[in-house]
Design a binder for this molecule. Structure first.
Ligand SMILES: Cc1cc2nc3c(=O)[nH]c(=O)nc-3n(C[C@H](O)[C@H](O)[C@H](O)COP(=O)(O)OP(=O)(O)OC[C@H]3O[C@@H](n4cnc5c(N)ncnc54)[C@H](O)[C@@H]3O)c2cc1C
Length: 782
């Protein structure tokens, strides 16, 4: 899946932050992958805002997706593993990036493009009461709140923008444009709004020429924005700003756009920095202290060539950064990069007008806003409409390979090892990976990993029976840690569906051929993900088998314990019962779309969140509410699993399509005709549907056949318990859980399932549906 699948991984290039330079690196490596190199992107956000369009978004000229680059499809295009996590530190000696809530990520070559933050540390009260403009996603949430408050107050609202560089000036104008429009639409007088721009220096736009400053002084004045220059803020208190000249400025929303500061962990890692903590880089964008670390964008400080912290420079650094990362991987001399002395800045006023500034001149006009828009939209299109690579085109057959001739020798050694396909991974690799993990310890594991033997020995306590299951599948995500979590959840789903408590697990893994250290790391990450799930359910890992193969695959044989009389089977459904589904559907279509670069990053993130949610608590709640039958929804799709339940139960069932919980994006990918390769096989079961023609008119119908990975539980509970049951499920972390159908007496019909499309009729004679546990998505009572 990653990089060049035919070449073993020799080097790990890890990009931290999906900033303006790294998007160019991803695109370029997607166009020309480097054999032997595995690319990984660690990103706090899945959508990176394009700074040039951000003020336009605030002003209301663009929609969210117009000005955010979706890192999901871009990483997929680049063949990069996407790790959705926040980096919190570096271990430069070990070559590790530390991330929140997961094991460190190993690198051979590292590149940092994590941007900067406004300085909230040096002014008392700013960290608590100000609204910093970065991280942008958090700021955008706050902005939505500020807008709502201002409109609710009928315009009697005071906003102060602190910081009068280009960002602050453009922001205050954009805020004004947006609120004037919204207030007018709400029938309020926009003139009641108070807007202040506070500058610590004697002028606005201190880094720009006098003409530009004069123009903006006039434009701000004409738009009724009060400018306070030479007035550094000395304290931020609830509802007010204290200024150095003794004045106090009342404000409801202090927006903070002051000088850029560096993330503290950059300097703490031991990387050479400038006096402000930004990574010091040479003219190759390479760290002056650590040759295997590069940095670009705001976080980089080029020694001897200081430049403003501006997206323009971050964008320009992308291509030379990509070239030098490639050269570093190939052990070739790096190329010099000399940043331009002066950049053209086009600063918008939020209302269809802009000022262009370069060197000593500044001009303005409405046409400049149109020009800026054209330039920015063209830039975005480059990252949205990614080139279609012809089959095989992505494989760059070259003499060169990451690491040079030595690496070529290494590859052929690995290839020879691959002659014995299916061979076990070396025991030392495996034991090194396992030694870094701490599996659950249980008294009833008599022989386990801590005292290995030919096989594990587990005790079945008196009065309990053992439940056993096995699951194994290819990786659908590139992040091995998350894949490990999903594989463990998927396997445990069968145990929970039987209302058993998991006891032990045996791992089955296939890892791609590679250098020992790469294989070890892959196994470690995957196992660490799985163990994080096993810890939650007190499941002991007692052994397993790991082999090498063409692609990553993982699974578990799991056993569980349950008292005989508490077992939940598929065959216990009773007429009158209500059918409950605990998680939304759509993983099959979404991951099929992801493979084709057609799924938005946030859709996949939503699917992953559902897939990594354990069914443990769900099963307990269903049992507590008198569940009569239960199964977990996986490869056969909802309908396939429902038929598996109705048959042994000897009942008919009714499913309401408008009640099905659906993952964000799944209806879009279905509408685009993107389905899992398993879908056609599942669709054969439509013979169980009484009137497939009528049901097929509903856009949700294909979801019945969508294969799920680590899907939710499908269960029946008596009708009188269903309200409490659904409420308990939602409170326990299954927010989309709901009633999706009900059970009818056995008709003997060959097609026992009624699939009711939106607006369709229930089976004649069935009692009316009631309460909001139905139709979670519509929020209406049928
Ligand atoms: C209101 C405003 C308007 C602006 N307008 C303009 C403009 O019109 N033109 C212009 O040139 N500049 C503008 N700027 C400046 C511009 O935003 C920055 O200079 C630019 O974004 C820097 O790009 P970058 O690639 O360094 O970082 P960013 O664009 O900030 O990207 C950093 C990326 O790293 C990720 N990240 C951050 N921390 C971590 C972490 N710990 N772990 C993993 N990932 C992480 C983030 O999610 C983000 O995707 C503006 C700034 C502001 C505040």
């Amino acid at each position: 899946m990653q990089g060049n699948a035919n070449t073993p991984v020799l080097k790990d290039l890890v990009l931290v932050g999906g900033g303006h330079s790294h998007i160019a690196v991803l695109r370029r490596f997607g166009m020309r992958p480097e054999p032997g190199v595995r690319l990984t992107l660690i990103g706090r956000d899945l959508q990176t805002p394009y700074s040039g369009m951000l003020p336009g978004y605030v002003a209301g000229h663009y929609a969210f997706d117009d000005c955010h680059i979706d890192l999901g499809p871009l990483a997929r295009f680049a063949g990069a593993r996407l790790i959705h996590a926040e980096a919190e530190g570096l271990d430069l000696a070990e070559g590790h990036v530390h991330c929140a809530g997961r094991p460190p990520v190993a690198f051979d070559l590292l590149s940092l493009d994590v941007g900067s933050r406004p300085d909230v540390g040096s002014v008392p009260g700013a960290a608590e009461h100000a609204i910093p403009v970065k991280p942008i996603d958090r700021w955008l949430d706050q902005w939505a709140r500020v807008k709502a408050e201002a409109v609710a107050a009928g315009g009697d609202y005071r906003i102060a923008v602190v910081g009068a560089g280009a960002g602050g000036v453009e922001l205050v104008l954009a805020v004004r444009a947006a609120l004037h429009r919204e207030l007018a639409a709400a029938g309020c007088d926009p003139a009641r709004l108070q807007l202040d721009l506070v500058s610590g220096t004697d002028t606005v736009l201190p880094a720009y020429n006098t003409r530009a400053r004069r123009k903006f002084a006039r434009l701000l004045d004409q738009r009724g924005i009060r400018v306070h220059t030479g007035a550094p803020v000395t304290a931020v208190r609830p509802g007010e700003l204290a200024l150095a000249d003794g004045r106090v400025l009342a404000t409801d929303a202090p927006l903070w756009v002051t000088r850029a500061t560096a993330l503290p962990w950059i300097a703490e890692s031991g990387l050479a920095t400038d006096e402000e903590g930004f990574a010091a880089v040479n003219e190759h964008l390479q760290s002056t202290s650590h040759p295997n670390v590069f940095a670009s964008g705001d976080i980089a400080a080029m020694v001897g060539r200081p430049r403003p912290k501006s997206g323009v420079y971050a964008v320009r650094q992308g291509p030379p950064l990509a070239a030098n990362l490639r050269r570093a991987l190939l052990n070739r001399p790096l190329k010099r990069y000399l940043p331009q002395q002066r950049a053209l800045a086009i600063i918008g006023t939020g209302d269809g007008h802009a000022v262009a500034v370069r060197g000593r001149w500044a001009i303005e006009g409405d046409w400049l806003w149109s020009l800026k828009r054209w330039i920015d939209e063209r830039f975005m299109a480059k990252y949205r409409d990614l080139p279609q690579m012809a089959e095989g085109e992505e494989t760059d057959v070259r003499e060169e390979i990451a690491g040079g001739p030595e690496a070529l020798k290494e590859i052929s050694t690995i290839a020879m090892r691959c002659g014995g396909c299916g061979a076990k991974v070396g025991s030392s690799v495996l034991s090194r990976a396992l030694a870094r993990l701490t599996p659950v310890v249980r008294d009833d594991i008599l022989v386990g990993l801590d005292d290995p033997d030919d096989a594990a020995v587990v005790e079945v306590p008196a009065g309990k029976v053992m439940v056993e299951t096995v699951d194994f599948f290819r990786a659908m995500v590139d992040d091995p840690y998350v894949f490990g979590q999903i594989a463990a959840n998927h396997a445990l789903g069968d145990i929970f569906a039987m209302n058993a408590d998991p006891q032990s697990a045996l791992a089955l893994a296939t890892v791609p051929y590679g250098r020992e250290d790469k294989v070890e790391e892959q196994i470690y990450q995957m196992m660490a993900g799985a163990l994080s799930v096993f810890e939650d359910s007190n499941t002991a890992l007692v052994g397993g088998h790991t082999g090498e193969g063409a692609e990553l695959a993982f699974g578990f044989a799991v056993n569980g314990l349950v008292e005989r009389e508490r077992i939940l089977r598929k065959g216990g459904m009773q007429p009158g019962d209500v059918l409950i589904l605990t998680k939304p559907l759509g993983t099959g279509t979404l991951f099929a779309a992801d493979m084709r670069h057609r799924a938005k990053g946030r859709w996949i993130a939503g699917a992953l969140a559902a897939m990594t949610t354990s069914n443990r608590r769900g099963a307990e709640i269903l049992f507590e509410h008198g569940a009569t039958a239960c199964t977990d929804v996986t490869g056969f799709g909802l309908l396939g699993h429902l038929v598996e339940m109705t048959k042994p139960s000897k009942v008919d069932a009714e499913v309401h399509l408008d009640c099905l919980p659906v993952l964000d994006g799944a209806l879009e990918t279905i509408r685009a005709g993107v389905f899992s390769s398993l879908q056609p096989e599942n669709v054969r079961l439509r013979r169980a549907v009484r009137d497939p023609e009528a049901a097929g008119a509903d856009p949700r119908y294909p979801l019945l056949f969508d294969p799920q990975t680590a899907g939710g539980l499908l269960a029946t509970v008596p009708a009188e318990r269903v309200d409490d049951c659904v409420a308990a499920l939602r409170a326990a972390g299954y927010p989309e859980a709901g009633a999706v159908g009900r059970i009818h007496p056995f008709s003997g019909d060959e097609a026992p399932i009624d699939v009711v499309p939106e607006g369709g009729e229930s089976r004649p004679g069935a009692p009316a549906l009631r309460s909001d546990i139905w139709c979670w998505s519509r929020g209406v009572t049928p």
